[in-house]
Ligand binder design. Sequence first.
Ligand code: ADP
Ligand code: ASP
Ligand code: MG
Length: 425
Amino acid sequence: MPRIVMKFGGTSMAGIERIRSVAARVKREVDAGSQVAVVVSAMAGETDRLVGFCREASALYDPREYDVVVASGEQVTSGLLALALQALGVPARSWLGWQLPVRTDAAFAKARIEEIDTAALDRALATGEVAVIPGFQGVHDGRVATLGRGGSDTSAVAVAAAMGAERCDIYTDVDGVYTTDPRIVPRARKLAKVTYEEMLELASVGAKVLQTRSVGLAMKEGVRVQVLSSLTGPEAPMAATLPGTMIVGEEELGEEMDAVERQLITGIAHDKNEAKITLTAVPDRPGAVASIFAPLADAGINVDMIIQNVAHGARGDGTGSTDVTFTVPQADLPRSLDVLGRGQAAIGFADVIHDTRVAKISVVGVGMRSHAGVASRMFTTLGQRGINVQAISTSEIKVSVLIDEDETELAVRVLHTAYGLDTAE
Ligand code: ADP
Ligand code: ASP
Ligand code: MG
């Protein structure tokens, strides 16, 4: 009997009516003869609300207690879906993170799944029962641990890998992965297939349709992942007909599409969650850069883009100074400023300036490996619209720029057109 994982996001679980329609969707797969494990998110907005309570209760909250609070949203929806399934005559049981268990490491609030015990799951599925598993949560040392925002995608892929599912279907509020966020560019095109590598890069630069870790895990474990819409009626196509977007290995893509025929750029993503920090008049001497970034790394802060300007008055004798600009996740800004403030004397900079009104725009595509000119087209297109580039970073298949946050939508739109990604009308 084929085994599948069905994962439903927050919008699909927002309220009893929607949970009922999720239950109907699950029933169709059961009736079609599949053994089904369902992974659910909290109702839309619920996790934000719970995070807000934690912040209110204590600014520098203890991650272990934060996890106790924020994991509760998924506990509610998993129980409700089991009830809704039972009401349709489908045997169903919820399995919380500690019950399976889903074992994680000790990094509370951003834990990684280490192992899922499938003994109970296997027994339940074998009897024809649907297993409903709350996403986003696991257990470490007997305490609930959560996987970082958007983590239910990772729960679903991990469950699919552990139970040897033939597919992991991620049901969400869009009907697939698009060339860019379809809420920003209505002319974005739906992709029938996207490679793990490109999806990983797109997710890591802000395309939140899948959590980055879930894509990395799917790639490592060879899990077939499909992104598809949950908000369609009973006439919606069965998931097995692959109506959504499949995340595939490059070889699978290559069978159908020659590299030359492929678009140079697969997609464009934006991320408004970065903050820019500039340290002015940093001494221009060996070791200065290390003295800035080592303490940030020690504090677990991920620095993304970095630019070091030409040293003022540099004579190569260590008497010049230079400005250093870099970005960190906005959530880590207060801690970054604290770490830098404490290191000011050792680093020797004059001032620290920060700006949260920035956005990172990235273009991604494996075609970049074999084609020059992707970056220059990006800079020219933005320049023609008067959009100033504040920082740049690149990888083999990605170019990112940092711009003013107010220009995000415009930048994404003009780049989407410039790379020929718009749908014809
Ligand atoms: P869920 O609650 O189901 O996990 P998310 O809100 O996390 O849903 O992810 C779905 C959202 O991702 C969509 O509503 C869409 O706005 C956004 N998104 C960003 N980039 C893309 C993209 N390239 N393709 C599709 N959706 C995207
Ligand atoms: N509910 C969690 C969040 O909002 C996990 C998820 O939905 O994937 O981040
Ligand atoms: Mg999500």
